[in-house]
Design a protein around this ligand. Structure first.
Ligand SMILES: Cc1cc2nc3c(=O)[nH]c(=O)nc-3n(C[C@H](O)[C@H](O)[C@H](O)COP(=O)(O)O)c2cc1C
Length: 387
């Protein structure tokens, strides 16, 4: 099957040129600088977004939040994602980032479907409240714009099929001065289940004059091309597809450059990438080797996906406590084992539906927040506890 080559035009986000708008989607616990460095080394001059940082934790100068804000010297654009519900706290966190010269681009999280977040009106629940959404964007953009820092918003389709928010949210983001919008084309209720509805990405692309980045279910370079072909989106944002596969960014860059060349590392080569990823994680964790080796476990499960590696070996990796243990396991892998092409482009990571959408009491009654609602929302943020 030979499809026509799909072109991806450069995108300008404020002063930042994105020559090939292929974006690493922010993923908590995954897209810290060691993983971003790997993706960017393979990938084009795109955007590689850090995992979300809670505005409150930043304002409270929580050291773990600051760790998430670190970038490697090699990173071309420092993209930070902020999460928060209270526009005033978000403004203060943004002020810290801007005054501290901590980032070149700020992405805002309105896509998180996790109950502890949506129950507090955060993440994907927030765009339902139009006044709150607008105010939050306005305050953040007002701090960023004079400093030449573009702001983007990452949204979902809505809460569920009967409560979609993406068209209005996209319009508001554009009006409030966002440089682009990324749409994960699922509702909160869909969580990570089924397939994202790319038609919605096409709809939003039609609706807005700012760039729309399409997100959801890009597992291969061909998927990335197909999303652009189907929707006309200005860029593609990749989440789970690159877990344990940072070289997917090379495949995608190749595809958009008209090349059918794909990266297919042997198991030995994958082992070397795991070892390097782990060494960088040690640096990320300020020399705490055990934390790094514990963190790499989930990545190892993704890196080994599809390779004929038995349960005994996989368990042995999960029991590693040091770089030495990890190196010993890597050395035992059959080095010449070829890349398992058949499973590489299949879904990986989270794939389930939500049991129920959790929202604050009475959330759906109105598209505006009441004074009482704001009082209740801006109290303690449970996300602080996650650090
Ligand atoms: C483990 C994990 C962590 C995530 N963390 C974040 C996050 O911090 N911020 C965010 O906006 N989205 C987050 N997401 C959502 C992804 O960025 C992305 O929108 C979603 O996975 C859909 O894209 P995909 O089908 O390419 O994975 C996360 C997803 C996963 C699987």
């Amino acid at each position: 099957m030979s499809q026509e080559h799909v072109n991806l035009a450069p995108v300008q986000l404020g002063p930042i040129a994105v020559p090939t708008p292929v974006i690493l989607s922010p993923m908590a616990g995954v897209t810290n600088w060691p993983f971003r460095v790997l993706c960017e080394e393979y990938g084009p001059d795109g955007l590689y977004v850090a995992e979300m940082v809670t505005a409150r934790a930043l304002v409270a100068r929580n050291p773990k939040a600051f760790r998430l804000c670190r970038f490697a010297p090699s990173e071309r654009v420092r993209s930070l994602q902020l999460y928060g519900v209270d526009p005033v706290i978000m403004e203060r966190a943004t002020r810290m980032v801007v005054d501290g010269g901590m980032a070149d681009h700020i992405d805002l999280n309105f896509g998180c479907p996790v109950p502890k977040v949506t129950r507090r009106g955060g993440g994907s629940a927030l765009p339902w409240k139009l006044d709150l959404f607008s105010e939050l964007l306005r305050r953040v953009v007002a701090v960023c714009q004079p400093a030449g820092i573009p702001v983007t918003a990452k949204i979902r389709v809505g809460l569920d099929a009967d409560h979609t928010t993406f068209l209005e949210a996209g319009r508001i983001a554009q009006e409030e001065g966002c440089a682009a919008v990324a749409l994960h084309a699922r509702t909160t209720a869909e969580y990570y289940g089924g397939h994202s509805d790319w038609e919605r990405i096409g709809q939003l692309t039609q609706e807005l004059s700012i760039p729309v980045f399409g997100n959801g279910d890009i597992w291969s370079a061909e998927d990335a091309e197909e999303m652009v072909r189907q929707t006309g989106c200005a860029g593609v944002e990749i989440g789970r597809g690159c877990q344990g596969r940072p070289w997917l960014f090379r495949d995608i860059a190749n595809a958009f450059a008209g090349s059918s060349e794909r990266v297919e590392p042997t198991l030995g080569q994958v082992g070397q990438i795991v070892a390097r990823h782990a060494r960088m994680l040690v640096e990320f964790y300020d020399g705490d080797e055990q934390m790094a080796v514990h963190d790499i476990r989930k990545h190892v499960a993704w890196y080994l996906k599809g390779f004929p590696v038995g349960g005994f070996t996989r368990r042995a990796f999960m029991e590693c406590e040091s770089l030495e243990d990890l190196g010993a396991q890597i050395a035992l892998l059959p080095q010449d084992e070829p890349y398992p092409e058949s499973v590489a482009a299949k879904p990986r990571g989270r794939v389930r539906y939500a049991k129920k959408v959790h929202l604050p009491q009475g959330w759906l009654d109105s598209r505006q927040t009441t004074h009482e609602e704001r009082e209740a929302l801006f109290g303690d943020d449970p996300m602080d506890a996650s650090y």
